[in-house]
Design a protein around this ligand. Structure first.
Ligand code: BEZ
Ligand code: FE
Length: 290
Protein backbone atom coordinates (compact mmCIF):
# COMPACT_ATOMS: atom_id res chain seq x y z
CA UNK A 1 0.00 0.00 0.00
CA UNK A 2 1.26 3.49 -0.71
CA UNK A 3 1.19 6.17 2.00
CA UNK A 4 -2.14 7.62 0.86
CA UNK A 5 -3.79 4.20 0.86
CA UNK A 6 -2.44 3.43 4.35
CA UNK A 7 -3.92 6.64 5.66
CA UNK A 8 -7.26 6.11 3.90
CA UNK A 9 -7.41 2.55 5.26
CA UNK A 10 -7.35 3.86 8.86
CA UNK A 11 -10.26 6.19 8.10
CA UNK A 12 -12.26 3.42 6.36
CA UNK A 13 -11.81 1.03 9.28
CA UNK A 14 -12.95 3.63 11.83
CA UNK A 15 -15.97 4.51 9.68
CA UNK A 16 -16.85 0.82 9.41
CA UNK A 17 -16.64 0.44 13.21
CA UNK A 18 -19.75 2.63 13.53
CA UNK A 19 -21.72 0.52 11.07
CA UNK A 20 -23.85 -1.17 13.78
CA UNK A 21 -24.80 2.02 15.63
CA UNK A 22 -28.52 1.65 16.34
CA UNK A 23 -29.36 5.34 16.58
CA UNK A 24 -29.17 6.64 12.98
CA UNK A 25 -28.46 10.21 14.05
CA UNK A 26 -25.59 9.10 16.32
CA UNK A 27 -24.23 7.03 13.45
CA UNK A 28 -24.36 10.01 11.09
CA UNK A 29 -22.62 12.27 13.62
CA UNK A 30 -19.85 9.80 14.50
CA UNK A 31 -19.11 9.00 10.86
CA UNK A 32 -19.01 12.64 9.84
CA UNK A 33 -16.86 13.54 12.85
CA UNK A 34 -14.42 10.78 11.89
CA UNK A 35 -14.29 11.93 8.26
CA UNK A 36 -13.60 15.57 9.19
CA UNK A 37 -11.18 14.84 12.04
CA UNK A 38 -9.13 12.49 9.88
CA UNK A 39 -9.14 14.97 7.00
CA UNK A 40 -7.87 17.66 9.38
CA UNK A 41 -5.02 15.42 10.61
CA UNK A 42 -4.00 14.63 7.03
CA UNK A 43 -4.43 18.25 5.91
CA UNK A 44 -2.02 19.75 8.47
CA UNK A 45 0.18 16.61 8.62
CA UNK A 46 -0.30 16.72 12.40
CA UNK A 47 2.83 15.72 14.35
CA UNK A 48 2.71 13.43 17.36
CA UNK A 49 4.01 16.26 19.56
CA UNK A 50 1.17 18.49 18.33
CA UNK A 51 -1.42 15.80 19.08
CA UNK A 52 0.06 15.42 22.61
CA UNK A 53 -0.23 19.20 22.97
CA UNK A 54 -3.88 19.08 21.88
CA UNK A 55 -4.63 16.37 24.44
CA UNK A 56 -2.87 18.42 27.15
CA UNK A 57 -4.94 21.46 26.11
CA UNK A 58 -8.23 19.56 26.41
CA UNK A 59 -7.09 18.04 29.70
CA UNK A 60 -6.39 21.57 30.95
CA UNK A 61 -9.88 22.64 29.89
CA UNK A 62 -11.29 19.74 31.93
CA UNK A 63 -9.22 20.53 35.01
CA UNK A 64 -10.24 24.20 35.18
CA UNK A 65 -13.93 23.45 34.60
CA UNK A 66 -16.26 23.28 37.61
CA UNK A 67 -19.83 24.35 38.37
CA UNK A 68 -18.82 28.04 38.05
CA UNK A 69 -16.22 27.90 35.27
CA UNK A 70 -17.00 26.23 31.93
CA UNK A 71 -13.87 26.24 29.79
CA UNK A 72 -15.46 24.09 27.07
CA UNK A 73 -18.21 26.68 26.54
CA UNK A 74 -15.49 29.33 26.19
CA UNK A 75 -13.66 27.12 23.70
CA UNK A 76 -16.81 26.59 21.65
CA UNK A 77 -17.46 30.34 21.74
CA UNK A 78 -13.98 31.54 20.68
CA UNK A 79 -13.90 28.97 17.85
CA UNK A 80 -17.22 30.29 16.54
CA UNK A 81 -18.79 26.85 17.07
CA UNK A 82 -21.48 28.34 19.32
CA UNK A 83 -22.44 31.02 16.79
CA UNK A 84 -22.45 28.52 13.92
CA UNK A 85 -24.71 26.13 15.86
CA UNK A 86 -27.02 29.06 16.59
CA UNK A 87 -27.05 30.02 12.90
CA UNK A 88 -27.91 26.45 11.88
CA UNK A 89 -30.74 26.21 14.42
CA UNK A 90 -32.29 29.67 14.25
CA UNK A 91 -33.02 30.29 10.63
CA UNK A 92 -34.22 33.80 9.92
CA UNK A 93 -38.02 33.99 10.08
CA UNK A 94 -39.77 37.19 8.99
CA UNK A 95 -38.54 40.06 11.12
CA UNK A 96 -37.93 37.87 14.19
CA UNK A 97 -35.13 39.17 16.42
CA UNK A 98 -31.79 37.51 15.79
CA UNK A 99 -30.21 35.15 18.31
CA UNK A 100 -26.67 35.19 19.65
CA UNK A 101 -24.46 33.30 22.13
CA UNK A 102 -25.80 32.16 25.49
CA UNK A 103 -22.41 32.34 27.24
CA UNK A 104 -21.54 30.64 30.53
CA UNK A 105 -23.00 33.16 33.02
CA UNK A 106 -26.73 32.48 33.08
CA UNK A 107 -27.98 31.13 36.42
CA UNK A 108 -31.44 29.76 37.21
CA UNK A 109 -31.83 31.45 40.60
CA UNK A 110 -32.27 35.05 39.43
CA UNK A 111 -35.00 37.02 41.25
CA UNK A 112 -38.30 38.06 39.68
CA UNK A 113 -38.83 41.81 39.36
CA UNK A 114 -41.87 43.89 38.38
CA UNK A 115 -42.07 46.52 35.62
CA UNK A 116 -39.58 49.27 36.59
CA UNK A 117 -37.55 47.01 38.91
CA UNK A 118 -33.77 47.16 39.13
CA UNK A 119 -31.65 44.15 38.14
CA UNK A 120 -28.33 45.60 39.34
CA UNK A 121 -28.57 44.36 42.92
CA UNK A 122 -26.05 47.03 43.93
CA UNK A 123 -23.41 46.15 41.34
CA UNK A 124 -21.32 49.10 40.15
CA UNK A 125 -22.13 50.90 36.93
CA UNK A 126 -24.16 53.66 35.34
CA UNK A 127 -27.96 53.23 35.68
CA UNK A 128 -29.65 52.37 32.39
CA UNK A 129 -33.39 52.30 31.67
CA UNK A 130 -34.25 49.46 29.27
CA UNK A 131 -37.71 49.17 27.75
CA UNK A 132 -39.47 47.58 24.83
CA UNK A 133 -42.16 45.25 23.65
CA UNK A 134 -42.41 41.57 22.84
CA UNK A 135 -44.50 40.77 19.76
CA UNK A 136 -44.90 37.85 17.38
CA UNK A 137 -43.98 38.13 13.70
CA UNK A 138 -47.52 39.27 12.90
CA UNK A 139 -47.14 42.23 15.25
CA UNK A 140 -49.41 40.89 18.01
CA UNK A 141 -48.23 41.80 21.51
CA UNK A 142 -47.11 38.82 23.57
CA UNK A 143 -48.47 39.22 27.10
CA UNK A 144 -46.88 37.42 30.04
CA UNK A 145 -43.69 36.50 28.15
CA UNK A 146 -40.81 35.71 30.48
CA UNK A 147 -37.86 38.05 29.93
CA UNK A 148 -34.60 37.01 31.64
CA UNK A 149 -31.76 39.56 31.64
CA UNK A 150 -28.19 39.38 32.94
CA UNK A 151 -25.01 41.41 32.66
CA UNK A 152 -21.56 42.15 34.05
CA UNK A 153 -20.75 45.15 36.26
CA UNK A 154 -18.60 48.01 35.00
CA UNK A 155 -15.46 46.20 36.21
CA UNK A 156 -16.33 43.47 33.71
CA UNK A 157 -17.40 40.76 36.14
CA UNK A 158 -20.62 38.80 36.65
CA UNK A 159 -21.85 38.16 40.21
CA UNK A 160 -20.81 34.49 39.96
CA UNK A 161 -17.21 35.54 39.33
CA UNK A 162 -16.94 37.17 42.78
CA UNK A 163 -16.23 34.92 45.76
CA UNK A 164 -19.26 34.94 48.07
CA UNK A 165 -21.20 37.54 46.06
CA UNK A 166 -25.01 37.47 46.32
CA UNK A 167 -27.07 37.26 43.13
CA UNK A 168 -26.84 40.60 41.31
CA UNK A 169 -26.90 41.94 37.77
CA UNK A 170 -29.66 39.54 36.77
CA UNK A 171 -33.42 39.15 37.10
CA UNK A 172 -36.52 38.17 35.17
CA UNK A 173 -39.86 39.84 34.59
CA UNK A 174 -43.04 39.32 32.62
CA UNK A 175 -44.45 41.45 29.86
CA UNK A 176 -47.73 43.22 30.60
CA UNK A 177 -51.01 42.83 28.69
CA UNK A 178 -49.63 45.02 25.86
CA UNK A 179 -46.42 42.99 25.63
CA UNK A 180 -44.41 45.78 27.30
CA UNK A 181 -41.49 45.45 29.67
CA UNK A 182 -39.21 47.99 31.35
CA UNK A 183 -36.49 47.78 33.99
CA UNK A 184 -33.39 49.43 35.35
CA UNK A 185 -30.03 47.84 34.54
CA UNK A 186 -26.45 49.11 34.14
CA UNK A 187 -25.10 50.64 30.94
CA UNK A 188 -23.09 47.71 29.51
CA UNK A 189 -19.31 48.05 29.19
CA UNK A 190 -16.81 45.84 27.30
CA UNK A 191 -15.17 43.07 29.34
CA UNK A 192 -12.80 40.17 28.72
CA UNK A 193 -14.08 36.60 28.85
CA UNK A 194 -12.21 34.59 31.51
CA UNK A 195 -8.75 34.28 29.99
CA UNK A 196 -6.58 32.89 32.77
CA UNK A 197 -6.91 29.30 31.49
CA UNK A 198 -6.16 27.20 28.40
CA UNK A 199 -8.57 29.18 26.18
CA UNK A 200 -6.91 32.45 27.25
CA UNK A 201 -3.50 30.95 26.46
CA UNK A 202 -4.75 29.96 23.02
CA UNK A 203 -6.07 33.49 22.39
CA UNK A 204 -2.72 34.95 23.43
CA UNK A 205 -0.73 32.52 21.28
CA UNK A 206 -2.84 33.47 18.27
CA UNK A 207 -2.72 37.22 18.93
CA UNK A 208 -6.44 37.47 19.69
CA UNK A 209 -8.18 39.71 22.20
CA UNK A 210 -10.40 38.14 24.88
CA UNK A 211 -12.62 41.25 25.02
CA UNK A 212 -16.35 41.11 24.31
CA UNK A 213 -18.22 44.10 22.99
CA UNK A 214 -20.44 45.73 25.64
CA UNK A 215 -23.76 43.87 25.87
CA UNK A 216 -26.81 43.01 27.92
CA UNK A 217 -28.09 39.41 27.77
CA UNK A 218 -31.74 38.51 27.13
CA UNK A 219 -33.60 35.21 27.08
CA UNK A 220 -37.27 35.44 26.15
CA UNK A 221 -39.81 32.63 26.50
CA UNK A 222 -43.49 32.50 25.61
CA UNK A 223 -45.73 29.51 24.87
CA UNK A 224 -45.95 28.58 21.18
CA UNK A 225 -43.03 30.85 20.23
CA UNK A 226 -39.37 30.08 19.61
CA UNK A 227 -37.18 30.75 22.66
CA UNK A 228 -34.92 33.69 21.94
CA UNK A 229 -31.43 33.89 23.45
CA UNK A 230 -29.76 37.13 22.48
CA UNK A 231 -28.03 40.33 23.59
CA UNK A 232 -28.18 43.99 22.75
CA UNK A 233 -24.94 45.81 21.97
CA UNK A 234 -24.09 49.49 22.49
CA UNK A 235 -23.90 51.71 19.41
CA UNK A 236 -20.60 53.60 19.40
CA UNK A 237 -18.78 51.07 21.59
CA UNK A 238 -15.18 51.25 20.23
CA UNK A 239 -14.86 47.47 20.76
CA UNK A 240 -17.38 46.98 17.91
CA UNK A 241 -14.62 48.17 15.51
CA UNK A 242 -12.03 45.85 17.06
CA UNK A 243 -14.35 42.85 17.14
CA UNK A 244 -16.10 40.56 19.61
CA UNK A 245 -14.01 37.65 20.94
CA UNK A 246 -16.90 35.20 20.50
CA UNK A 247 -18.29 36.52 17.17
CA UNK A 248 -21.65 37.34 18.77
CA UNK A 249 -22.36 40.75 17.21
CA UNK A 250 -25.13 41.16 14.64
CA UNK A 251 -25.89 44.61 13.24
CA UNK A 252 -29.59 44.30 14.08
CA UNK A 253 -28.69 43.92 17.76
CA UNK A 254 -26.69 47.16 18.03
CA UNK A 255 -28.87 49.71 19.86
CA UNK A 256 -28.63 53.37 20.76
CA UNK A 257 -28.00 53.93 24.46
CA UNK A 258 -28.85 57.61 24.91
CA UNK A 259 -26.93 59.40 27.64
CA UNK A 260 -29.08 61.47 30.02
CA UNK A 261 -28.13 64.09 32.61
CA UNK A 262 -28.86 63.43 36.25
CA UNK A 263 -31.44 66.22 36.11
CA UNK A 264 -33.44 64.60 33.25
CA UNK A 265 -36.66 63.10 34.64
CA UNK A 266 -36.61 59.30 34.56
CA UNK A 267 -39.42 57.27 32.94
CA UNK A 268 -40.69 55.98 36.28
CA UNK A 269 -39.98 59.01 38.48
CA UNK A 270 -36.89 57.46 40.06
CA UNK A 271 -34.59 60.18 41.37
CA UNK A 272 -30.94 59.75 40.39
CA UNK A 273 -27.96 61.79 41.51
CA UNK A 274 -25.85 60.79 38.53
CA UNK A 275 -26.04 60.58 34.74
CA UNK A 276 -27.92 57.62 33.31
CA UNK A 277 -28.72 56.13 29.93
CA UNK A 278 -31.77 54.68 28.22
CA UNK A 279 -32.39 52.24 25.41
CA UNK A 280 -35.27 50.55 23.64
CA UNK A 281 -35.29 46.95 22.47
CA UNK A 282 -38.41 45.72 20.70
CA UNK A 283 -38.31 41.94 20.54
CA UNK A 284 -40.02 39.85 17.85
CA UNK A 285 -40.42 36.12 18.45
CA UNK A 286 -40.67 33.53 15.66
CA UNK A 287 -43.23 30.71 15.85
CA UNK A 288 -41.99 27.71 17.84
CA UNK A 289 -41.35 25.34 14.97
CA UNK A 290 -40.37 27.86 12.30
C1 BEZ B 1 -20.92 36.27 27.95
O1 BEZ B 1 -21.32 37.14 27.24
O2 BEZ B 1 -21.34 36.27 29.08
C2 BEZ B 1 -19.92 35.31 27.44
C3 BEZ B 1 -20.11 34.73 26.22
C4 BEZ B 1 -19.18 33.83 25.74
C5 BEZ B 1 -18.06 33.53 26.48
C6 BEZ B 1 -17.87 34.13 27.72
C7 BEZ B 1 -18.81 35.04 28.20
FE1 FE C 1 -21.92 38.48 28.79
Amino acid sequence: MDQQAIEQDVTERVLASFENTKDPRLKEIMRSLTTHLHAFIRDVRLTEAEWDRAIAFLTGCGHITDDKRQEFVLLSDVLGASMLTIAVNNEAYGDATEATVFGPFFVEEAPEIQYGGDISGGMSGQPCWVEGTVTDTEGNPVANARVDVWEADDDGFYDVQYEGQEIAGRAWLRTDADGRYGFWALTPTPYPIPHDGPVGNMLQATGRSPVRCAHLHFMVDAPGLRRLVTHIFVEGDPQLEIGDSVFGVKDSLIKKFEQQNASTPTPDGRVLDRDWSRTTFDIVLAPENA
